[in-house]
Design a protein around this ligand. Structure first.
Ligand SMILES: [Zn+2]
Length: 103
């Protein structure tokens, strides 16, 4: 499951990222949740896989300031807290889908 999504859209007024997957499933990812899942080396320990980022420090009103596709496999997200080091792969994002169907 690493086909690129059909559509990706940051819905700032709802505070979530909307991803329409290749097979038509639409995932809604609340910004603070997604920020908390940042896979970069300063948020997750590369060796232990342990999360170093304290999720309680993430502002509830955090928003996405820029989205950028990285090749065909991932999405780079710029956050309003200035963080932009994380690459979210399609596989990772698909696993994170918080809807009742996917959980
Ligand atoms: Zn990070």
């Amino acid at each position: 499951m690493d086909e690129p999504p059909q559509n990706i859209r940051a819905v700032t007024q709802d505070g979530c990222l909307e991803i329409t997957w290749a097979e038509g499933h639409v995932g809604l990812y609340p910004f603070p949740m997604l920020r908390g899942e940042c896979p970069c080396a300063s948020c997750v320990d590369e060796y232990t896989g342990k999360r170093k980022l304290d999720r309680s420090t993430i502002p509830n009103d955090i928003v996405i300031t820029n989205l950028e596709l990285v090749g065909r496999y991932a999405l780079k997200i710029d956050w309003s807290d200035g963080h932009n080091a994380g690459l979210y792969t399609w596989e990772h994002l698909r696993q994170l889908c918080p809807c009742s169907q996917c959980k």
